[in-house]
Each structure stands twice: as C-alpha cells, then as structure tokens.
Write a protein that binds this ligand. Structure first.
Ligand code: IPE
Ligand code: IPE
Ligand code: MG
Length: 253
C-alpha cells in the first residue's frame, strides 16, 4: 500500500490511543444537531479501525464515552447509547471477519442491561473468531475515567491487604498496573486528540505517563486514514527519552 511506504516499518507504534473529540463542533459548523456529528463520527471509527488493522497496529484504544459524559443533555446521552447499541449489534461482523479482538474498559456495569449483554456478546464473538491470532486488539473506553480506574485498583489492593493476600510493601508499579482495566496491554505509544484541545480529559491517566501527545485540529468526523498516517509520521520523528539525555538515547541505538 502506497501510504504504508511513507512510514518507517521499524517504528510503527504498538499502541495508538485516540480521544475522539469534535463531533459537536463538526455538526454545529454544518448547522446540524450534535447527534449528527456523533453519527458521522461512527464512520470515522470504522475507517480508522480498518486503517489500523492494515497498518499492522497491535493495539488501538478509542475513548468513546467518559464518566463525565453522563452530564450531557439526556437526549444526547440517549443518542450516544443508541449508537453504541448499533455498533455492538451490527458493527461487530467486520471485526469478526478480520479477527480483530474487541475489549472494553470502563464501568460497564452502569450501562443498561441490554447494552451490557450486547457488549458481552460482541466481546465473546470477536474473541472466538480471533482465536490465537495476534492481530489488532481494539479497546473501547466506555464510561471510562482514569481517576475512577485508579481508585478501583487502589480499592482492590486495599482489600487484598486486609485479607492478608498481599503485603503493602509488595505493591510496586507493576503490581498496581496489574489491577487496572488495561492489564496485559502495553502503555500507549501515542495519544491522538482530534478537535484541537490539548488535554487528557481523564483518559488513561496512569498509562499515558510516557505517551507521545499528538493534537490535531481536524474534527473527529473528518479524521481518516490519511490523518492517522500523518500522526504516525509525526510520532516516528520524535525522540523518546524516558528521562535520559538525547546523547544517551543516541548512544544506545
Ligand atoms: C466527542 O465529541 C464525542 C464524545 C465526547 C462522546 P464532542 O461531542 O465532545 O464534540 P465537541 O467537543 O462538543 O465538538
Ligand atoms: C473527551 O471529550 C471524552 C471523549 C472523547 C469520549 P470531551 O468533549 O468529553 O472532553 P472535554 O469535556 O472537552 O474535556
Ligand atoms: Mg468534546
């Protein structure tokens, strides 16, 4: 694929995470209701999942609904739930065909029973289809909040301490990370935010510690394969130092 040739195959990020923002502004610019922006955003999801799969990305995490998004007008929340229902209902076939494994993170237990059922079914269908394939894992962050995730992990560890299953001095960064929703996944290499805002909005707070940030003014419903490739190219030009000096990084190559 020609666009694949523009990328350095040795520096393909393993994990790309995206804050899909700008649906409302995209719609407002077109004098459409905000909900139409969310609908159009669903097409970007399909396109980007396909592109990530074709580019050989191992993990793609999409921020679809935050713990704070419940504060939106009830009709908008309802419409977003409807879009999730149709994604988990009909959108899963293409994942099954490509052996893309679906994973969901967040407080799923707060969703309605029927949506929870659809999510469970979709996850298990893709899991069965993927088998031992080591292709793309698509993670959807739904009713997800980074702080809530950290508090949940702290609570789990506190309970284990009370039960004598773990000693407090044995709680390391690795042990803590093993109690997060993202256990078993590498941290994101790059976090892309569409819509132009430079903030994390409670997304992957723990996991983002050394992610490269990439903010684009492109609104999510306009974000396509070419924009993803541009973001990866930008990432490939960065020097990841992890606290070391630039010279140390050069010498270790
Ligand atoms: C992102 O787009 C979608 C969700 C947060 C669910 P927004 O709806 O936040 O769009 P803007 O930021 O208002 O343009
Ligand atoms: C972040 O977008 C959440 C998702 C993309 C799901 P928001 O639009 O909710 O973020 P803020 O409110 O601008 O920080
Ligand atoms: Mg927004």
């Amino acid at each position: 694929m020609s666009d694949k040739r523009e990328l350095d195959p040795n520096k393909i990020p393993r994990h790309i995470a995206i804050i899909m923002d700008g649906n409302g502004r995209w719609a407002r610019k077109r004098k459409l209701p905000r909900v139409m922006g969310h609908k159009a955003g669903a097409d970007s999801v399909k396109d980007i999942v396909k592109a990530a799969y074709e580019l050989g990305i191992s993990y793609l995490t999409l921020y679809a609904f935050s713990t704070e998004n419940w504060k939106r007008p009830p009709l908008e929340v309802q419409a977003l739930m409807g879009l999730l229902r149709s994604f988990f209902g009909d959108g899963v076939d293409s994942l099954v065909q490509k052996k893309i494994r679906l994973h969901c993170i967040g407080q799923l237990e707060q969703f309605s029973g029927d949506l929870q059922k659809l999510i469970k079914q979709a996850v298990s269908d893709t899991d069965k289809a993927a088998g031992s394939a080591r292709g793309l894992t698509l993670t959807l962050a739904l009713n997800y909040g980074g702080r809530a995730e950290i508090v949940r992990a702290a609570r789990m560890l506190a309970e284990k301490c009370c039960l004598g299953e773990i000693a407090s001095q044995d709680i390391s960064e690795d042990v803590f990370a093993a109690h997060l929703y993202t256990v078993g996944q590498p941290d994101p290499d790059i976090i892309i935010r569409t819509g132009g805002e430079s903030r994390l909005s409670n997304f992957l707070l723990w996991q983002a510690s050394y992610a490269e940030m990439y903010v684009t003014r492109v609104m999510w419903p306009d974000f396509r394969r070419a924009d993803l490739i541009e973001a990866i190219q930008d990432y490939q030009g960065r020097e990841r130092r992890y606290g070391k000096t630039g010279e140390q990084v050069l010498n270790s190559r």
